[in-house]
Design a protein around this ligand. Structure first.
Ligand SMILES: Cc1cc2nc3c(=O)[nH]c(=O)nc-3n(C[C@H](O)[C@H](O)[C@H](O)COP(=O)(O)OP(=O)(O)OC[C@H]3O[C@@H](n4cnc5c(N)ncnc54)[C@H](O)[C@@H]3O)c2cc1C
Length: 224
């Protein structure tokens, strides 16, 4: 089943947005090959083609109503940060265990200062990221207190959850890989899988760059 956000006229902005459900298979709907991705490989993604597709009116939410609200809510939720934080926690547990077991220069790797710094930075990133996305989720869930997610300062908060938190988590995993030496890079210990899976959090739902532009827009009239 495809959930298709679209517009009846790009010039109408929010007033033109519709959300339409299209089942698969369906006349005029076709899909390309599954993409051969770096990470999140259990999730199938492909190009989708619509060729004069028609569905009953009641399968869609038409323009000028709830469609724009639902569209913005989907784009602005803090779930991307939650994904990135969970992925980092998995990576941290892997590195913590490995560096506790492996001895280098007469003591476990994690008892060396440079390892403790990297482990501490990983923990700082997920502790901060977790606090951040839970706060953003609370704001998202309570528009009666804080306003709608796309109103006032809220887009800054939501876009930081979408862009900055995932970037921080991904950098922390990246920095930890050498701590496991070549086993950080091979498939036996899964650290490389967390690294591959985490990368998508900087790419999907608009991508890190566009989301960061939205943060900047909260502070000045960005002409992009
Ligand atoms: C695993 C996976 C799952 C996905 N799931 C979904 C899904 O369920 N639904 C869905 O709709 N999409 C989905 N996508 C698509 C995803 O949302 C897009 O790939 C993502 O938003 C980036 O868009 P793009 O690939 O078109 O990159 P582009 O828009 O081409 O962006 C590439 C780069 O170009 C630059 N750029 C782009 N636009 C501008 C601009 N206006 N100004 C300045 N610089 C700009 C930025 O640097 C940006 O990072 C998925 C993608 C993947 C990989």
């Amino acid at each position: 089943l495809y959930c298709v956000p679209c517009t009846i006229d790009p010039n109408l902005g929010d007033e033109g947005i519709c959300i339409i459900y299209v089942p698969y298979p369906w006349l005029g709907l076709s899909r390309g090959k599954n993409e051969n991705k770096t990470g999140v490989r259990a999730d199938a993604n492909c190009a989708t083609f619509f060729d004069n597709v028609r569905v009953p009116k009641e399968w869609g939410i038409g323009p000028g109503g709830m469609a724009a609200t639902l569209f913005h809510a989907q784009l602005l939720g803090p779930k991307n940060a939650a994904f990135a934080v969970g992925n980092l926690v998995g990576a941290f547990e892997t590195v913590l265990e490995y560096t506790g077991d492996r001895i280098a220069h007469d003591k476990p790797i994690r008892q060396h200062a440079q390892a403790a710094l990297i482990l501490g930075r990983m923990a700082s990133a997920f502790a901060m990221g977790r606090y951040y996305y839970l706060t953003a989720a609370h704001i998202f869930d309570h528009p009666e207190i804080y306003g709608l997610p796309w109103e006032g300062y809220n887009p800054v908060i939501m876009n930081v959850a979408k862009s900055y938190v995932p970037g921080l988590c991904q950098s922390a995993i990246d920095e930890a890989i050498p701590l496991m030496g070549s086993f950080g890079y091979t498939r036996d210990y899964h650290l490389e899988k967390y690294w591959r899976d985490g990368k998508i959090t900087q790419i999907w739902i608009g991508g890190e760059h566009l989301n960061t532009f939205n943060v900047a827009r909260g502070f000045y009239d960005l002409e992009l």
